[in-house]
Design a protein around this ligand. Structure first.
Ligand SMILES: Cc1ncc(C[n+]2csc(CCOP(=O)(O)OP(=O)(O)O)c2C)c(N)n1
Ligand SMILES: [Mg+2]
Length: 634
């Protein structure tokens, strides 16, 4: 079949499917693209032909910024539990490098996205083309090599003959839960337009089976033997629980064994917030109850977690001298963290196997009762934080409370950076495994709106509440225009606090006096950025983009605006609710720590005091290397 490389790529992508548990899904459900000379006549032409032929084959979506379109694809893939995603095509040069941040985000969060950046001429006849890097020492290096360290798979199709292998390799990594992340296939602009005679079987329907790997029997037996000795066990549930649709299996395991469950950011929603074995968030942004259980745990069962520094409170969370880890993970890489006993397996399959193998065994009943007590205690703290009635401006916790109360049980809250992820992690009452979508692997300012767009595209039957700070909004709000264009309903709550409440309070706690974290005029008197508040009007900004905007002056007005938004038509486009909060009104404490090094020498008293405190915390940090093998040998 004679087609260009770009036409062959599009045709191939429309024929790819995933299958898990006997259910098939389209793998690539659409393609975002921003066109330039690097893709307009190659992939652009191929997408046009596909659209004219049948608009549903690979629907084209226009974005405003290439980073935003990758975020949307990530939001989509996460919502679909990694079984479907979107492709993103860019021009060469800045269009391509704009996608690098999105690629890193996808890889860190282990979420599949397919990136198709254009690239310079394979023939080099027109060199240097517009936007070409030209490394004098290495003419074959292009800006797309910047994708290599942030992609789980990278290839560049210098010749048409390479395309089939490049595409098959790309699909394999996209659909392998243990390997997945950003998958980049760079396409030189001349090669995109070049025709070749392809074998027809390249375009045959392909179904990529997504396995539920079972744990190796010997590893399972070792894990069971270890668990039977546990007196203070704890489950740390990560994103893998949700992607594997293992929440019912987790619940069954917890209920049968009495092992309480603490959740990471990506794993929040693994158990509903009001389950008596739910300790909620763990780590630096956790609940004091979960952190108490972590501190005392003798066996930690990590399920689908990468143990980020937030989860482990920078390796201070687990303080029992003999604590050991059993790590259920599809990736061996994550399985051996904290010298854990790895169960390299699908979360659901491994939890079911463990439940069966541990039949009859339970943790001490006092342990279960203590978890239920911690759950009740924390719930009262949440109720108080939601109803803080802070004046004159509300506290952010009240905004989160209003959104939680008005949103439906299946609705989704989306957030990524600033002070909200930490507050949401401990305070959001999750009711549905897919209801909590906080990107905290890369914590990317600017993910919120673009990611929320992707979430809604993947789940049009759920309302999507995007919480965004003013800093994040100013960094990347432009995909609001994409939502307007596609009439996609997302409800954006813009929390205006005139700067970085998060980094401001971090800076203050580290002795750096909130330096550089407020949006203020340069003062004529001090010469510093400590003058009056800037006159930016982000509500007017959103309205100018075609968004329906509501200004809420109080929490009651916010609640009313949220209720109206909830009943607004599904095809009415985005709604933005603007609310001002007090950046100094904090949230309940986590009784935890995060390792952010403080200057060893300083002229400032504030820094010297913070350094002294830092050194105290440092003493509680534990590398936890070799612990498992030591005990195993004994
Ligand atoms: C792209 C990017 N740049 C910088 C940071 C570091 N950072 C984390 S939170 C934050 C401030 C966020 O401000 P805002 O969105 O207003 O939220 P607030 O802290 O006020 O809640 C910054 C600069 C980041 N996470 N992402
Ligand atoms: Mg802010």
């Amino acid at each position: 079949m004679r087609l260009t490389v770009a036409q062959a790529t599009v045709r191939f992508l429309t024929a790819q499917f995933t299958e898990r548990d006997g259910v098939e899904h389209r793998l690539i459900e659409g393609c975002f693209g921003i066109f330039g000379h690097g893709n307009v006549a190659g992939l652009g032409q191929a997408l046009l032909e596909a659209e004219l032929d049948d608009p549903s084959t690979l629907p084209y979506h226009q974005a405003r910024n290439e980073q935003g379109m990758v975020h949307a694809a990530v939001g989509y893939a996460r919502m679909r539990n990694r079984l479907s995603t979107l492709a993103c095509t860019s021009s060469i040069g800045p269009g391509a490098t704009n996608m690098v941040t999105g690629a890193a985000l996808a890889t860190i969060n282990r979420l599949p996205v397919l990136l198709l950046p254009g690239d310079v001429f394979a023939t080099r006849v027109a060199d240097p083309v517009l936007q070409q890097l030209e490394q004098p020492h290495s003419p074959d290096v292009t800006v797309n090599d910047a994708f290599r360290p942030v992609s789980r798979y990278f290839d560049r199709v210098w010749r048409p003959e390479q395309l089939p292998a490049a595409l098959l390799g790309a699909m394999r990594v996209l659909t392998d839960p243990g390997e997945t992340g950003a998958v980049t296939v760079a396409m030189p602009q001349d090669v995109q337009a070049e025709a070749y005679d392809w074998p027809a079987e390249l375009f045959a329907k392909r179904v990529w089976h997504v396995p539920r790997a079972v744990p190796e029997p010997a590893a399972l037996a070792r894990a069971v033997a270890l668990l039977r000795t546990a007196e203070r066990p704890l489950i740390v549930a990560g994103g893998g629980v949700i992607y594997s649709e293992a929440t019912d299996a987790l619940r069954a395991f917890a209920e049968a064994t009495g092992v309480p469950v603490a959740e990471t950011q990506a794993g929040k929603g693994s158990l509903p917030y009001d389950h008596p074995l739910s300790l909620g968030a763990v780590g630096a942004t956790g609940t004091p109850g979960a952190n108490r259980f972590a501190c005392e745990a003798d066996v930690v069962i990590g399920v689908g977690t990468r143990y980020s520094d937030f989860t482990t409170a920078s390796r201070t969370a687990f303080q029992d001298p003999g604590v050991r880890f059993v790590n259920i993970n599809v990736a061996g890489f994550d399985g051996v963290k904290h010298a854990g006993l790895p169960l390299v397996a699908d979360a659901r399959a491994a939890l079911e196997a463990l439940t069966e193998a541990l039949a009859g065994w339970t943790a001490p009943s006092t342990h279960r009762a203590a978890a239920a007590e911690a759950n009740r205690e924390w719930d009262a703290v949440v109720t108080a934080a939601y109803a803080k009635a802070h004046t004159p401006l509300p506290a952010q916790t009240e905004v989160l409370g209003a959104v939680n109360e008005v949103s439906g049980p299946r609705d989704v809250v989306v957030n990524a950076a600033g002070s909200m992820p930490g507050e949401l992690h401990k305070l959001w009452r999750t009711r549905d495994p897919k209801g909590y979508h906080v990107e905290y692997g890369y914590s990317t300012m600017g993910y919120e709106i673009a990611g929320g767009l992707g979430v809604r595209m993947a789940a049009p039957d759920r309302d999507v509440f995007v919480l965004v700070g003013d800093g994040s909004y100013l960094m990347m709000a432009q995909e609001l225009v994409t939502a307007v264009q596609e009439r996609i309903k997302i409800v954006v709550v813009l929390v205006q606090n005139h700067g970085f409440a998060s980094i401001g309070s971090l800076s203050e706690s580290l002795g750096s006096q909130r330096f550089g974290t407020a949006y203020r005029y340069r003062s004529g008197e001090s010469g510093r950025l400590d003058g009056g508040v800037l006159p930016v009007d982000l509500a007017a900004n959103a309205a100018s983009l075609g968004v329906t905007v509501v200004r809420a002056g109080t929490v009651d007005e916010l609640r009313a605006a949220l209720r109206d938004a909830k009943t607004a038509p599904a095809d009415g486009g985005p709604i933005l609710i603007h609310v001002e909060t007090d950046p100094l009104a904090g949230a309940p404490d986590s009784d935890s720590w995060w390792d952010v090094p403080v200057s060893e020498t300083a002229a400032l008293d504030t820094t010297r005091a913070a350094r002294a405190e830092y050194e105290q915390h440092k003493k509680t940090q534990r590398p936890l290397i070799g612990r498992y093998t030591e005990r195993n040998d004994a």
